[in-house]
Write a protein that binds this ligand. Structure first.
Ligand code: NDP
Ligand code: 8X3
Length: 251
């Protein structure tokens, strides 16, 4: 496909699986994240299939975001597809004892970071009157679960931003949609529980969780619909999951 995709959070999980799938379909890639070693090995691996450029920046740093986007070589500068994927949960605590640093991280990364990246890329899409934004939300953006408070708030914000983007960009023919997964087995829970691998593993025990590749398949489906079709808001859960709190486990 003769398109260029800009993927945030490409160094693991859903972003990495999407990068790998896009590469096999020869979509040119701009891959973003903070772990340089992961970016380097992805560039090496995926360059066999397509053109790949990496950008190392923290989405929280608005100047770094703008500088990174402005630094793109000409052949990568016209972005057709933006996958706003970088994000994480930090902590799982009741609101009255929540860690302020965790709250800052979630709001700054999941909400403000997504906005900074979008603000840097959208003028280019508006100028050429084409583009496709895929915002990675969550079932946490559709319902709130115990101790999910601020993470859920950040993903509800993504839900609102997704709608707002679609409205404001409508006249420019830019497609905007969200993919909202339930439980996906990635590094997500390791980050949420600050490296406590045992606690993280428990989240996915006793049922078949979604895999990063399942979400990548859906994102590829979304970006390969005919132009008149915009998947505006998609929720996907493992079959074993009925809601954020109801998961059929066989332990
Ligand atoms: P991972 O932890 O595997 O991936 C998170 C990605 O985000 C990494 O590539 C990480 O890169 C990047 N990232 C995190 N913080 C920053 C930052 N400050 N600046 C730049 N990049 C950052 O988790 P997932 O793949 O599961 O998560 C991807 C998205 O999917 C997130 O938005 C998450 O909320 C969402 N999601 C996940 C679900 C799940 O159950 N796993 C379910 C629903 C939604 P690096 O560390 O290199 O910077
Ligand atoms: C990730 C899914 O249920 O851990 O967004 O919030 S959940």
């Amino acid at each position: 496909m003769n398109k260029t995709a800009f993927i945030t959070g490409a160094t693991s999980g859903i972003g990495m699986a999407t990068a790998k799938l896009f590469a096999t379909h020869r979509i040119s890639l701009v891959l973003c994240g903070r772990r340089q070693a992961n970016l380097d090995s992805l560039v090496k691996e995926l360059s066999a299939h397509t053109k790949v450029h990496s950008l190392n920046f923290d989405v929280r740093d608005r100047e770094a975001v703008a500088a990174a986007v402005n630094s793109l070589p000409k052949e990568f500068a016209a972005i057709d597809i933006l996958v706003n994927n970088a994000g994480n949960a930090h902590g799982l605590d009741p609101i009255q004892t929540g860690d302020l640093a965790d709250w800052d991280a979630m709001i700054d990364i999941n909400v403000k970071g997504l906005l900074y990246v979008s603000r840097a890329i959208l003028p280019g899409m508006v100028a050429k009157r084409s583009g496709h934004i895929i915002n990675i939300g969550s079932t946490a953006g559709k319902e709130v679960y115990p101790n999910g408070n601020v993470y859920c708030a950040s993903k509800h914000a993504v839900d609102a931003i997704n709608q707002g983007m679609r409205i404001d960009l409508n006249e420019y023919g830019i497609r905007v949609g969200a993919v909202n997964p339930g439980l996906v087995e990635t590094e997500f829970s390791e980050v949420r529980f600050k490296g406590d691998e045992q606690r993280a593993e428990k989240v996915y025990q006793g049922f078949k969780a979604l895999q990063a590749e399942d979400i990548a398949d859906i994102i590829y489906f979304v970006v390969t619909r005919p132009y008149h079709v915009n998947i505006a808001d998609l929720v996907v859960m493992p079959t074993a999951q009925a809601s954020s709190t109801i998961v059929k486990k066989q332990l």
